[in-house]
Write a protein that binds this ligand. Sequence first.
Ligand code: MG
Ligand code: MG
Length: 263
Amino acid sequence: MRVEHFRRKTPEEIDLMRAAGAVLGACLAHLASITRPGLTALDLDREAETFIRDHRCVPGFLGYDGFPNSLCVSVNEEVVHGIPRASRVLRDGDLVALDCGLILDGWWADSGLSVACGQASPDVARLIDVTREALERGIAAARPGNHIGDIGHAVQAYAEAQGYSLVREYVGHGIGRNMHEPPQVPNYGQPGSGNLLKPGYVLAIEPMVNAGRAQVRVLDDEWTVVTVDGRLSCYFEHTVAITEDGPEVLPMRPAHATATAPV
Ligand code: MG
Ligand code: MG
């Protein structure tokens, strides 16, 4: 894995990104809380856009590379980048991945989560649990002195040990004034490879875990990524700042809230 050069964020810049993350964390928590059978993917998109604008932020995905909405909604075998259509009515037991990005005062936050719609089958519940834990392990590896490859290795080692596979075509990324900045953050890797992590890195870590094989393809809409074998896929993402003390999750949700966080 090659080393990519870029400017690290200052503590003041991370303060601004923390504010953006707080809004996005609240937005995603709201979307997860209202996801239920009978709702359409477009309903969730409308809810996301309203929430973002009500908090004086810009929906970052809207128009990004031509994406038509503010939220990606990827259901069951859809991996990421699902277009939230009115024709997609959520059903009981669906695995629903929500990916959202916003801009506050010029700074990006990018985060997402997966939830079961209504009653989760054991297969869906387990895949969600493993993918969430894979992200936690990746975050825990995002500390000064480690390398980018340590993050991917932590994600990969855990998810594969549970019998799942990692998507390779799509990766995490640096983030700041742009959604996608160097370095790339794959969900696989060798320990000690790639950039040495230092305070001031801000990374979007986003494992995409498949129940079956790792292979994916893009539908004719040129956005929606699906598993080739048609089996379930799950996704979680956090924007994470690397500080002297270790990783700090910027999109704060209750599980990550701390006494000092502006939740
Ligand atoms: Mg994202
Ligand atoms: Mg991302």
